[in-house]
Ligand binder design. Structure first.
Ligand SMILES: NC(=O)c1ccc[n+]([C@@H]2O[C@H](COP(=O)([O-])OP(=O)(O)OC[C@H]3O[C@@H](n4cnc5c(N)ncnc54)[C@H](O)[C@@H]3O)[C@@H](O)[C@H]2O)c1
Ligand SMILES: [Zn+2]
Length: 369
């Protein structure tokens, strides 16, 4: 087992909000990992109807020493909304849970984001533990404290920062994941390399087949490097005033694709993959990287079985309309993460909209994904 530490300074309420990420195999049953992080006796485990039949029994045993209640949410991004979060509040109030309770998220990013948001707002904030079970959640959404839900007009528009007390990433859980979900997680792994680590990008190019075959060592290494990158960036810039924005590489395009296609039709990681290629393409058009660099990104995403063409129905105006309410848009100016060079991303609004139009036109699929 590897332990990484997310180093966060105190915020006035809590002296030290630093927390560990445990990465390894066979971790779900290790009660000694969670014991230091449960404050009171009341524990609510939140999962969904796909993950619970697979792993809930194990996790329930791990929390056997506590007064445990369970909430099972419906599966899917289309349920990531306030109505679903309300069912968590209902369960907490029905059980008369107080401010010392602990919420445990067992599932992918959807369960994690909603459970975290419930933990951030129930009685103005209670204890929270993440047990992520998708690759995407293990390398990205469970680390860093962003929580929230979607609104019909925009993805993740309602939310709060609320850090977990610990994260338990058990790579064994990835063995039951669908292939396309594994690939969607790899998109975020690729993102870390492209924004600041070409040695890791090269490693991914050389080891993609092992990752796709779920080789435990390759997976553990990819999770560790990714979490380390995310932990460092979050420690530097918890509330996204600067460097943390780089983690949104491909996400402004990607969110537009997700919003426009209806939540659930494109996986988040798939949309981000296409978005990263669009960011590379625009970086090439503004003269920062070469056509060869763009092809390198395209090939890596291809190796990971990820889509790189956006839905055909999305034209320039469509993107502009959705991007206008992106959280990075300032005073009407669209901000994007682009490349200075591969392995070195930056936030900018200094690009011509004509070039953005060219990128969008070049990435509309002929027919479908
Ligand atoms: N908070 C953040 O910083 C952050 C970062 C990135 C993404 N996100 C959010 O994360 C969400 C995407 O997360 P995701 O990709 O994990 O999606 P997800 O939670 O929908 O999980 C994908 C699918 O896999 C199933 N599943 C989960 N674990 C499984 C397992 N071990 N075996 C078999 N099936 C399993 C789920 O039930 C679901 O059907 C999006 O809503 C996105 O906005 C948040
Ligand atoms: Zn993402």
């Amino acid at each position: 087992m590897k332990t990484l530490q997310v180093e966060l300074v105190g915020d006035g309420q809590n002296a030290d909000r630093s927390y560990p990420i445990y990465i390894g195999q066979d971790l779900l049953t290790k009660s000694e990992l969670i014991e230091p992080y449960v404050k009171g006796t009341q524990v609510l485990i939140v999962s969904n109807d796909v993950v619970a039949p697979l792993y809930l029994d194990k996790v329930k045993k791990t929390f056997a020493a506590y007064d445990v209640k369970i909430v099972i949410l419906p599966d899917g991004e289309q349920h990531k909304n306030l109505d679903t979060v309300n069912t968590i509040f209902d369960a907490l109030l029905d059980a008369k849970f107080d401010r010392t309770c602990t919420l445990v998220a067992l599932g992918g990013g959807v369960v994690g984001d909603m459970t975290g948001f419930a933990a951030a707002s129930y009685q103005r904030g209670v204890n929270f533990i993440q047990i992520p079970t998708t690759l995407l959640a293990q390398v990205d959404s469970s680390v860093g404290g962003k929580t929230g839900v979607n609104h019909p007009k925009g993805k993740n528009m309602i939310g709060a920062f609320h850090q977990p007390r610990c994260v338990i990433a058990d790579s064994d859980t990835l063995n039951t994941l669908e292939d396309n979900q594994l690939s969607a997680g790899i998109a975020e792994v690729i993102k870390y390399g492209l924004i600041r680590d070409m040695t890791f990008t090269k490693w991914l190019e050389d080891n993609m087949q092992k990752i796709l075959a779920r080789d435990p060592e390759a997976l553990a290494y990819a999770i560790e490097v990714s979490c380390k990158c995310k932990a460092e960036i979050v420690a530097e810039d918890e509330k996204e005033k600067g460097v943390r924005a780089l983690l949104n590489l491909g996400h402004t395009f990607g969110h537009a694709i997700e919003t426009s296609s209806g939540y659930g039709n494109w996986l988040h990681g798939e949309a981000v993959a296409t978005g990263m290629l669009m960011a590379a393409d625009l970086s090439m058009r503004i003269g920062n990287i070469s056509q060869k660099d763009v092809e390198r990104v395209d090939n890596l995403l291809d190796m990971a079985m990820l889509p790189t063409r956006a839905p055909h129905h999305m034209d320039y105006d469509h993107y502009i309309e959705i991007m206008a309410i992106d959280k990075k848009t300032r005073a009407g100016k669209i901000n994007l993460i682009l490349f200075k060079k591969l392995g070195d991303a930056f936030l900018t609004n200094n690009f011509s909209l004509d070039l953005l139009r060219e990128t969008i036109d070049a990435h509309r699929a002929i027919d479908g994904k």
